[in-house]
Design a protein around this ligand. Structure first.
Ligand code: GDP
Length: 315
């Protein structure tokens, strides 16, 4: 049974920060089924890193609720080559948006973090309590520190000012709107893109970075969006909540599944000169499950949908 609804979006002005991103655009799609007014703004028109601009925009549009899905994101290489941007952009966006939401009397805010906030060697599946119990994975430490700051902003604004600000920690996401830029993409879109090109160019090999043994959990982004709306309506509390799929897969097995869906029939070869990153990060989603929420999109179905989106929008 679902936890009771405690916050209604009906008739509310709901700001989705980061509506062009994969998570934000899925939240917009999901909110279209709610009786609310969706507010969004292009990055060129409002840079969330500029406090004065954020304050002016909130004063003009007065949102009741905010989904904070904006941020600088990327895969293991983007994190390694642009660490200062990952730290600074995310800190500025969170601080400006959360502080301004508080000052302008926003009723409810949901901050989206990331499963990389947890220690590199956290006990698996990772429970919410693992936060700050050990050293972070070095390949994404700046991003993780910014996201931990976001969790703490929500927690402390609640404690000091009584703001109903909550945070959700999604696992690795995939689906429509994903970034396929070679070099900066996450593993799943990177492998879809490479397998597709290998097929088209009739190459004999699909290269997979690292040892192939790290395990990752993947959640279809429309499931994440559904969980965010669920939490907005039914959760209020200082603890951040994990949003996961409940199962993970080795990178080598993921590559084989993607090759199969794409129709690439050559060999899969490993490139051990590339970093593995954290060995495993499967989230424990017991708390969210106890509230009545579960993902709906099966993994291979999600992969097929992601590939179709790639064919229509990227390839
Ligand atoms: P992470 O979850 O923060 O480590 O980020 P990624 O999604 O970038 O990488 C996940 C795992 O997939 C790492 O072990 C990578 O080395 C591995 N991987 C294999 N092939 C690729 C690829 O083509 N691109 C990326 N980004 N990762 C890859």
């Amino acid at each position: 049974m679902n936890a009771p609804a405690i916050y209604s979006l009906k008739g509310k002005r709901v700001f989705v920060a980061g509506h062009r991103g994969m998570a934000g655009s899925a939240i917009v799609r999901r909110l279209e089924r709610e009786d609310c007014e969706i507010l969004s703004i292009e990055r060129a028109a409002l840079d969330l890193r500029r406090q004065g601009d954020v304050e002016a925009w909130f004063a003009a549009h007065r949102p009741h609720a905010v989904f904070l899905a904006a941020g600088t994101v990327g895969g293991i290489m983007a994190n390694a080559t642009r660490p200062a941007e990952f730290l600074t952009d995310n800190l500025l966006i969170e601080l400006n948006t959360i502080e301004t939401a508080y000052r302008s009397g926003v009723e409810k805010l949901l901050f989206l973090g990331s499963s990389c906030i947890y220690p590199k060697f956290a006990a698996q599946p990772i429970r919410e309590e693992e936060l700050l119990t050990g050293a972070l994975e070095p390949t994404n430490e700046p991003y993780a520190i910014a996201k931990i700051a976001g969790v703490k902003l929500c927690e402390t604004y609640r404690r000091q000012y009584g703001s109903d600000f909550i945070s959700a920690m999604p696992t690795n996401l995939f689906g429509p709107g994903d970034s396929y830029a070679p070099g900066s993409a996450h593993v799943l879109p990177a492998l879809i893109d490479r397998a597709h090109k290998a097929k088209i160019e009739a190459l004999s090999e699909l290269v997979v970075w690292g040892s192939g043994t790290p395990r990752r959990e993947f959640l279809y982004v429309d499931d994440l969006a559904d969980a965010c709306v669920f939490l907005m309506q039914r959760y209020s509390g200082p603890e951040h909540l994990n949003v996961g799929f409940g199962d993970d897969i080795a990178i080598a097995d993921l590559a084989a599944m993607i090759a199969n869906i794409v129709g690439f029939e050559g060999r899969i070869v490993l490139d051990p000169t590339k970093p593995d990153g954290t060995p495993r990060k499967l989230l424990d989603t017991g708390r969210l499950a106890a509230m009545g929420w579960r993902p709906k999109v099966d993994f291979s179905e999600g992969l097929s949908r992601a590939y179709r989106w790639y064919l229509d929008n990227v390839a």
